[in-house]
Design a protein around this ligand. Structure first.
Ligand SMILES: Nc1ncnc2c1ncn2[C@@H]1O[C@H](COP(=O)(O)OP(=O)(O)OP(=O)(O)O)[C@@H](O)[C@H]1O
Length: 358
């Protein structure tokens, strides 16, 4: 990820709702906008798109000022790609013609990207289809390609997966991950699904009641116990690793990350290949000693960083440092008391399950 950061500020009232959002996000990479329903995520995207005009706002991109104290560039003059929950494709046009239409409206000659984007999003076999004959996931992929073919400077995605069923979401993820590794424009991705945050975003902005309550690189922000995400039942952290060894006999692969290594199911990745792993807090338990007499293969030395009560009084969330990597564990408050867990203690993280997500 590039270090270049963009700055945004949007403050003001829309009827009874007050937005107070100021944050930075990377010029390259996917920034998640996370928060409960009604906290202002869509309103924030609309401010970027120029569809809302709050008096007190500032945003510039690629040397163009879209808003400041004096200027406000109208929506039709902002090169923004917008992906919604439902892709509203032209029903009377084939997929190919829907995409051609977007190219015509592009700021730059963009035909060269047609083949690249249709292949990245797996649309090759769908080009002659009418939208009515696409599945929900296919329609969303077309919607994403259409947004990108307009050659935007900024891509806004407003819960693009929320209308899809679980299977369609699983199916579309690899395409999104492909895109993330290829795109060179900033993406703002609204979601309230913690696993989408962990899997897909590099940077994260957390909102509550119109305010930004935390922002930063995703792994750091997910592990902040003062923010609500770490306390979700499905809380988890993505860890970037590399395959270091394969155990053919037991069909396992060793994935090394900064601070340790994990045995995962051998999914055919070669030694040296990069993988992204997802470790959910509820799959991690804590032991004071290394215990070889358990079925859990992954037992990694770690230092307790922080311990926090959860909304559920029987549960505590513990952050564990392994080198520069931080993961979380959900343990019962009783175990935490009986083991006398304290920040700074060296323990063993017992990781029951690791999913390879990329
Ligand atoms: N133009 C407007 N005038 C008055 N109130 C508005 C306007 N636009 C949005 N709101 C209000 O602002 C609040 C935030 O809405 P917004 O759609 O941004 O939330 P959200 O976080 O995207 O929610 P969800 O996750 O349910 O989509 C809501 O209470 C909404 O009614």
């Amino acid at each position: 990820m590039s270090e270049a950061m963009l700055k945004a500020r949007f403050e003001g009232a829309l009827g009874a709702f007050a937005l107070n959002a100021e944050f930075e996000f990377p010029q390259n990479g996917v920034t998640g906008i996370f928060g409960p329903s009604g906290c202002g995520k869509t309103t924030l995207l609309r401010c970027f798109a120029g569809l809302e005009h709050l008096r007190n706002g500032a945003f510039s991109i690629d040397g163009q000022t879209w808003q400041d104290a004096r200027r406000f560039r109208p929506a039709h003059r902002r090169e923004v790609g917008y992906v919604f929950q439902h892709a509203n494709l032209f029903q009377h046009l084939t997929v190919r013609d829907n995409l051609r239409f977007a190219i015509k409206r592009a700021r730059a000659e963009n035909t060269g990207r047609f083949d690249e984007l249709t292949s990245l999003l797996g649309l090759g076999d769908l080009l002659e289809r009418m939208p009515g004959r696409l599945s929900g996931g296919e329609r969303q992929r077309v919607g994403i390609a259409r947004a990108l073919l307009s050659a935007p400077r900024l891509l806004l995605m407003d819960e693009p997966m929320s209308a899809l069923d679980l299977q369609a979401r699983q199916d579309i993820f690899p395409y999104l991950e492909n895109l993330r590794n290829t795109l060179s424009i900033p993406v703002l991705y609204v979601t309230h699904a913690p696993e989408e945050v962990a899997r897909f975003t590099d940077h994260l902005v957390v909102m509550r009641e119109g305010k930004v309550i935390g922002a930063g690189p995703t792994p750091d922000t997910l592990a902040r116990l003062d923010l609500p995400l770490a306390h979700e039942r499905r809380a988890g952290i993505a860890v970037d690793a590399r395959i270091a060894d394969i155990d053919l006999k037991w069909h396992l692969a060793l994935a090394k990350f900064d601070g340790g290594a994990l045995w995962i199911s051998d999914a055919g990745k070669a030694v040296g290949e990069r993988v992204r792993l997802m470790i959910q807090a509820r799959d991690v338990s804590i032991a004071l000693i290394e215990n070889p007499k358990v079925s859990i293969v992954n037992r990694i030395p770690a230092t307790i960083r922080q311990i926090s009560r959860s909304e559920d009084p029987s549960v505590q969330v513990v952050t564990l440092e392994m080198g520069s990597t931080v993961i979380m564990a959900r343990v019962t408050a009783r175990s935490s008391y009986l083991l006398d867990l304290k920040p700074g203690m060296t323990v063993f993280a017992q990781i029951k399950s690791v999913a390879m997500v990329d």
